[in-house]
Design a protein around this ligand. Structure first.
Ligand code: MG
Length: 211
């Protein structure tokens, strides 16, 4: 399986990017921006996240995660809703210092985004049928009990169906692939001893420690 991640999918987050990157304003993308993490990036079952020794600035990005449930190649947007039945939450851990370096040198982001255990995924997903419309979901992430991010999927620049249509033109999606749909505003650094909790529509989805 693979993990497809969307960047810059919430306008407020795009506006905060100069503060975490290089100070330069970022334009709202005209098409979805995506990158892929390998399966070795998965962190499951609320296992602790160990800060890797190669970064001084690992940051959390809490995101709605969609689990693909069929083979999707060149899917039209109007059929994309058939490609997933469950959604959950995840954390797209990012070595921000390495990402800044990669950006400055015009290099790919893999060392900053695709490292081991950089994709924490909720132990249980929720069937779409138990939730309001997927573009009408609220989620949040707390660090040590303090609210850091609140997301509303209606604020996505590109809807889940639009993303699936776009990505599946280039990359075939398979059963079990995970789609991280972008982070809302409020990204920040994690430290040893922190605890991350996250809720989707009032249900606790993530609860794990940073070590
Ligand atoms: Mg992200």
């Amino acid at each position: 399986m693979k993990i497809i991640c969307i960047g810059m999918n919430y306008a407020e987050h795009v506006r905060e990017l100069p503060s975490v990157w290089d100070g330069k304003e970022q334009a709202i993308p005209q098409e979805p921006v995506f990158f892929i993490k390998p399966d070795t990036a998965l962190l499951r079952n609320n296992d602790p996240f160990y800060i890797p020794d190669f970064s001084e600035d690992v940051q959390y990005e809490c995101e709605l995660v969609v689990r693909i449930n069929r083979l999707c190649k060149g899917i039209e947007e109007r059929f994309a809703h058939r490609c997933y039945e469950e959604v959950g939450l995840g954390i797209d851990f990012t070595a921000r210092d390495l990402q800044r370096e990669c950006k400055a040198k015009g290099r790919p982001w893999e060392i900053a985004k695709g490292f081991d255990h950089s994709a924490a995924v909720a132990p249980a997903f929720i069937p779409k049928t138990e939730l309001p419309d997927v573009q009408n979901l609220r989620f949040s992430m707390d660090l040590n009990g303090e609210r850091k991010q609140t997301g509303y999927t209606g604020d996505m620049i590109f809807s889940i169906d639009r993303i699936i249509a776009y990505v599946s033109r280039f990359v075939t999606l398979r059963i079990g692939d995970l789609l991280f749909t972008g982070t809302p505003v409020g990204v920040g650094q994690v430290h040893i001893g922190d605890r991350i909790t996250a809720e989707l529509e009032g249900r606790t989805m993530l609860d794990f420690d940073i070590k």
